[in-house]
Design a protein around this ligand. Structure first.
Ligand SMILES: C[S@@+](CC[C@H](N)C(=O)[O-])C[C@H]1O[C@@H](n2cnc3c(N)ncnc32)[C@H](O)[C@@H]1O
Length: 256
């Protein structure tokens, strides 16, 4: 097992983010129906496919993949707390034997190269940047292997200034769908499609439960948690106003 560098539990901001997101169904925007639509349009995988979910969080997509393909899935996250929740989820669904939970840094996986038939990652690639994630993960795919990676993306050329200013600080590498497509092509990946997550899915599946969790935490005495909550509330307020300008897009890719 690869050791995460550094262990996320040791970074106070990441530890507060993990605390804030523990107990939630999702740690980022996503939707099971949307994922199923993507799975339904993928080219068929070979028998006994090798599948990995990178940045699996509390496991919502790992269990979907295990159930959809009726096979074993490797699910990677560097948060032990999320992996514990994910394992409980799999247990509840009777899928515990189909998922191999791996506590590791997904930017430094020491797996054999060219092994995966499907690499799935929802809302996590930004930790390496989209280009960095493709560079790190493409070698793990077999030639012809598929990747489905969701990434925060601009979906207009006319980006409102407040949204631009916020994301310039929070995620300077954020790019447009068109630029991300070019990035994928330049790295030797075929783009099979790009699907944008509907804004309602952000609210129903992520922001509303997150707002409820913030309420339940009350006034945390921890200044790091206070600042993480403030930052989260600013992010939510921004999306409320500018969800036409950006969103999560799933990039359906194939290694050439
Ligand atoms: C926004 S959450 C998305 C989680 C889940 N895929 C979902 O959609 O609910 C990003 C996840 O990536 C994990 N993560 C971030 N950087 C990582 C790294 N370098 N290695 C492994 N996991 C990482 C976080 O712990 C978190 O669970």
């Amino acid at each position: 097992m690869t050791e995460p560098h550094p262990a996320p539990q040791q970074d106070p901001v990441i530890a507060a983010l993990i605390d804030l997101h523990c107990g939630l169904d999702r740690q980022g925007p996503g939707d099971t129906g949307f994922s199923q639509q993507i799975l339904a349009q993928l080219p068929p995988l070979p028998p006994n496919p090798q599948i990995a979910d990178l940045g699996c969080g509390s496991g919502v997509s790992a269990v979907l993949l295990a159930d959809w393909f009726k096979t074993t899935v490797r699910a990677v996250d560097f948060s032990r707390d999320f992996l514990a929740e994910a394992a409980q989820r799999a247990e509840r669904l009777g899928l515990q034997d189909r998922i191999h939970w791996i506590e590791a840094d997904f930017g430094a996986l020491d797996w054999p190269l060219g092994e995966l038939d499907l690499l799935w990652s929802e809302g996590a690639a930004y930790n390496l940047t989209f280009a960095g994630a493709l560079a790190a993960w493409k070698p793990l795919l077999k030639p012809g292997g598929l990747a489905v990676i969701s990434e925060l993306s601009w979906c207009t050329e006319d980006i409102p200034i407040p949204a631009q200013a916020y994301w310039q600080q929070a995620y300077p590498a954020m790019a447009s769908e068109a630029d991300n497509i070019q990035t994928a092509i330049s790295q030797g990946l075929e783009v099979l499609g790009v699907e944008r997550l509907p804004a309602e899915a952000w609210w129903t599946n992520y922001y509303h439960p997150l707002q409820a969790k913030i309420q339940s935490l009350g006034h945390s005495p921890d200044p790091v948690m206070q600042s993480v909550i403030q930052e989260t509330q600013a992010e939510i307020a921004l999306f409320e106003q500018y969800s036409d300008a950006y969103g999560y897009s799933a990039y359906l890719l194939r290694r050439l």
